[in-house]
Write a protein that binds this ligand. Sequence first.
Ligand code: HEM
Length: 538
Amino acid sequence: RGPEAVSATGSPTGAPATARAQSGQYLTTAQGLRVRDTDHSLKAGSRGPILLQDHHLREKITHFDHERIPERVVHARGAGAHGVFRSYGTAANITRAGFLAKDVETPVFVRFSTVLGSRGSADTVRDTRGFSTKFYTDEGTYDLVGNNIPVFFVQDGIKFPDIVHAAKPHPDREIPQAQSAHDTFWDFVSLHTEAQAHTMWNMSDRGIPRSYRTMEGFGVHTFRFINAEGRTTLVKFHWKPKQGVHSLVWEEAQIINGMDPDFHRRDLADAIEAGAYPEWELGVQTFPDTEDQMFEGIDLLDPTKFVPEELAPVQPIGVMTLNANPTNYFAETEQVAFHPGHLVPGIDVTNDPLLQVRLFSYLDTQISRLGGPNFGQIPINRPHAPVNDMLRDGMHQQAVHGGAAPYHPNSLDGGCPFLAGQDLGAFIDVPEEVAASIKERRNPASFDDHYSQVGLFYRSLSPVEQDHVIQAYTFELGKCYEKSIRERQLAALANVDAGLCAAVAKGLGLPAPQATEQVAESDPSPALSQVGKTWPVA
Ligand code: HEM
């Protein structure tokens, strides 16, 4: 395809063209020098040695030597697509975000991913899936960096390196590549029991989706909407696939991994190329922004908890259609940089201690992954809103900045007046009172229950789905060499559900332990069993 076919973001929505077609009447060096022969190096005679003065050879080989960049520390394997988000306007009374006003259309880029495997790993492993969306809004870029599972392994971001080290391949042999079947993973989740919730979702059919197109997406954390009057509402984001939610069964996943490790990547690209554009509705659960930020006994700042839909229905606020494949995998899917701190006026963060650490981590990791602080200038990462920052220089700077005074205030360049009292459409942090003693390293007591919701989710599943969960725990724990770890995980399952624990214990040939914690054996939520059913479109 020629340059005119491709925009700066690769987006079909009309950004300026920058792609290089790499075609033409003659080949050139990177400097534009016409090349006569790129098939033979310059030698002394026809049998060599090769001469150091062969500048074309050295340019070609040196560039090749540096083609690879570090893969993401997590979510290394992914597949991306362009599309458009159309807002219904139903959230306009609770957020001033311009892209959520009625009928506004916003270009998006989405990257789906597995979490644990390396860039070249297989698609249909048992794992969490990432679901990241970059909205190129008129007010700046907004990133919703979510997963296909509504809860997370750890409550405090300081534990993120621990869960990732435990779940990644063993340090000695780098085995297994990407499935939750090893001693370190089960060691951690049975010791650090707040991880039981996410683990249960992984062991359910959610851990092996049929397709990226048939996954739900969740923002996981509670965020804050702010409306034009400054009123705040707490929200949880949900993506609901119009294709419905479908999973593989374990045997299918295993066979596909062997026969077509690119199954999910191929499925997404093929569907879009064939014009079968996948769609998701975006919805929010809303909660009053009370002082304690609790809802029906659930601490909204605890990312290991979800809020059942029967208690807070998901309200549709817009629909996303993915309608174009990337032109260049590296330029777009690999170099895209999402960040939960990419916010727009009308959407703010909360004090969820996992989210707070994420706000630090993404920019930090991208500085090393993408070679310095200027990766925001890479076409896929460029905002569609005008940029007027005072950032200068740095590795890989592409801009030729004018002006003499990159500081504020200044009296030379006109600067930015920050007109007092005027609504500039700027981002305003929501003011919050914090009355606490500083220097506390502990969680609130409302984070303590690690088991009730795990059992609630398990009991909401159909008998066939429950059977899959039993088989998954039995298979994965069966891969643990250490008997003490298997026993400790069974002890955790005893606190989740006695029947589940007994069935897994039987499969492992071990005695079923008794529960050690008093947890609510509440009825399954009818709304939970609806999770994953296709929504009626508003
Ligand atoms: C990617 C850190 C929790 C979803 C990443 C990356 C890092 C990271 C360093 C690689 C980013 C890059 O190289 O561009 C963390 C930390 C967490 C955390 C420190 C906890 C404190 C979460 C949670 C979610 C999530 C709770 C889901 C709600 C993702 C996704 C990606 C990602 C989807 C892939 C983004 C892409 O496709 O490029 N995370 N993460 N992470 N994370 Fe997290």
